[in-house]
Design a protein around this ligand. Structure first.
Ligand code: FCB
Length: 451
């Protein structure tokens, strides 16, 4: 399927077509220029945590190659780019002394983007907490929220003149659940009580950063990025609907409700460890629900939930697995339309931005060509789904494809490829896949419509 010029009629003229990355997944240079260690350095170097012992030590060596990488972005006509800054590169201890060389790195990086006409969108936290703060209790410690606010304020101060789009956190769900309940991500705990505390402190830090931003003179916009899943009930039975509710709180409402309604969803206590009296300080929920300028949504997959009549607390995942990506994630583009509509109906009328969407597939390089038709099909369906949401009146302002290039996919190491640029990790050669040219063509068609 090709997108015609008419397809884009429903898109706003300034719709952002971007790609996304994150610091630890691409930068490498972990010991260079005064960068302090982060929890992902520790985790990836702990035997058994990451597939085949892969680490982000070198990754895509983007730290040394960002100029070429941005040339590549430019040659593809991609004018929006979302990336994250490594907290421990600018504040090696997480607080206190600023690493000037680290700040200078992001200074150059941002200028390089702007020189090429590419608009940066900066995520302040994409999971790489400074190890020094982890040693003081990490996100379990309320103080970390205030250190995050200081770090955020520093970034607004240094880069607010040039960066107009800010994202506080990427996917607090993963920090909370993968990091502290399932143990699959750094720092690797498996403790429900901890997870509950982490969720609250991460949310608090988000609100505190928004406060810092409003107190700053910069003219940009700030939001948060949540990973959200559309949850369907396996049937209309009460049991299945209840399972759907449970799964929805667990996947979505756990962060949506505090941010947009200033309270935790009713089922939160039943699903997670209850919070102790006095744990939530007076005023916390007001801070957490401070108005934001846009909501970032990362959408990859969906869930079909079924209940168990004998056991009301149990949710069975009965999602069909006929069409799955290389991650094993079931594909359902309509879930994205439904999600965007639901958000605009139930939660907020602020602009929505898809800050990540994309797919891993096992790519085959044949004489320097990667014919990634599966990825193109996935992207087509999901961009169509964004178009459907726009037709239904939802205010969507951007789409950032995950990812610009293959990179360190967390616990899966380098075994999963999400990029539209292929990375030959032996040589650090970058090779655009067919999907990169397809995306270039899509953007060209969009622009041609503008005349
Ligand atoms: C998201 C993460 C991103 C990447 C994609 C595949 O959860 O934000 O870093 O790992 O999934």
């Amino acid at each position: 399927m090709e997108f015609t010029k008419e397809f884009f009629d429903r898109f706003p003229k300034d719709f952002r077509w971007g790609t996304a990355t994150a610091a630890y997944q691409i930068e490498g240079a972990v010991h260079e220029d005064g960068r302090g260690p982060s929890i992902w350095d520790t985790f990836s170097h702990t035997p058994g945590k990451v597939f085949q012992g892969d680490t982000g030590d070198v990754a895509c060596d983007h730290y040394h190659r960002f100029e070429q990488d941005f040339d590549l972005l430019m040659s593809l006509g991609i004018k929006d780019y979302r990336f994250s800054t490594a907290w421990s590169r600018v504040l090696p201890e997480g607080k206190g002394t600023v690493n000037k060389v680290g700040v200078a790195f992001y200074d150059r990086l941002i200028d390089s983007l702007l020189e090429r006409g590419i608009e940066p969108a900066v995520t302040l936290y994409h999971w790489d907490l400074p190890q020094a703060l982890e040693d003081r209790g990490g996100w379990r410690n309320r103080d970390t929220a205030f250190y995050f606010q200081e770090y955020a304020a520093l970034m607004f101060d240094r880069f607010g003149d040039r960066v107009k789009l800010w994202i506080t956190h990427n996917e607090p769900w993963c920090t909370t659940f993968l990091g502290h309940l399932m143990g699959e991500h750094a720092p690797g705990y498996q403790n429900g009580k901890m997870a509950r505390a982490v969720a609250h402190h991460v949310l608090l830090s988000h609100g505190l950063a928004v406060d810092a931003f409003r107190g700053h003179s910069s003219a940009g916009q700030i939001g948060i990025t949540l990973n959200l899943n559309t949850v369907y009930a396996a049937s209309s039975s009460d049991v299945d609907r209840r399972a759907q509710d449970y799964a929805d709180v667990m996947a979505n409402r756990i962060f949506l409700d505090p941010v947009f309604r200033g309270r935790y969803a009713e089922l939160t206590d039943a699903i997670l460890a209850p919070i102790e009296d006095g744990f939530i300080h007076p005023g916390d929920m007001e801070v957490i629900s401070r108005p934001i300028d846009f909501l970032g949504i990362n959408y990859y997959s969906y869930v079909v939930a079924a209940g168990d009549p004998e056991n009301p607390g149990v949710v069975n995942d009965v999602t069909p697995r006929t069409d799955v990506t290389d991650m094993g994630w079931p594909v359902n583009a309509k879930g994205l339309t439904d999600l965007l509509q639901r958000l605009s109906q139930e939660y907020t009328t602020i602009p929505l931005m898809v800050t990540e969407n994309g797919a891993a597939y096992a790519d085959h390089k044949v004489e320097d060509r990667i014919a990634d038709t599966d990825r193109i099909r996935y992207l087509e369906q999901h961009i169509q789904a964004v178009g459907d949401a726009l037709s239904a009146g939802v205010d969507v302002r951007g789409y950032y494809l995950w990812s610009f290039m293959d990179n360190f996919e967390w616990a899966f190491g380098y075994s999963k490829r999400f990029g539209v640029i292929f990375l030959d990790y032996e040589t650090q050669r970058r090779i655009p896949k067919d999907s990169a040219y397809w995306y270039r063509n899509l953007i060209r068609t969009f622009q041609a419509r503008l005349g």
